[in-house]
Write a protein that binds this ligand. Sequence first.
Ligand code: ZN
Ligand code: ZN
Length: 155
Amino acid sequence: MDNAQLQAWVERVSLESFRRPFLHKATFNSRLRSTGGRYFLRSHNIEISPKQLEMFGSEEVEKIIKHELCHYHLHLMRKGYQHRDADFKQLLAQVGGSRFCQAMPGTKRKEPYRYKLVCSGCGTEFMRKRKVDVKKYGCGRCRGKLVQSLVESQG
Ligand SMILES: [Zn+2]
Ligand SMILES: [Zn+2]
């Protein structure tokens, strides 16, 4: 699916579920990671994560579109367009939109490797996320003694 198809989709959902036209732009944004969609207060445009479509399918994305359109229409009508507003909650329930901009699985930041182990026997380096008991564990290759050091965090 491309941006033109997404645009047509959002326009159709807007007319069908809200009986109001969507007059701005809807685009895919692959950099959206923690949310399924975004509504921009200044431009009135909507962005949808293409990852959502891959992972959850069109039924789920339509709910996200409805969620973003609730922000859109309420904002333009100068009503309560934020998640905590009664207008928003009411309209969202009415059209059956996604309750929240859904967090996606597998997008949590990876735990960094904090420990470096160097074998004093063969020189092999190993990276580990957790501290290793070097008295108990030796090199997997040569059984040599491992020297452990803390790696600087890379943010
Ligand atoms: Zn929202
Ligand atoms: Zn070794």
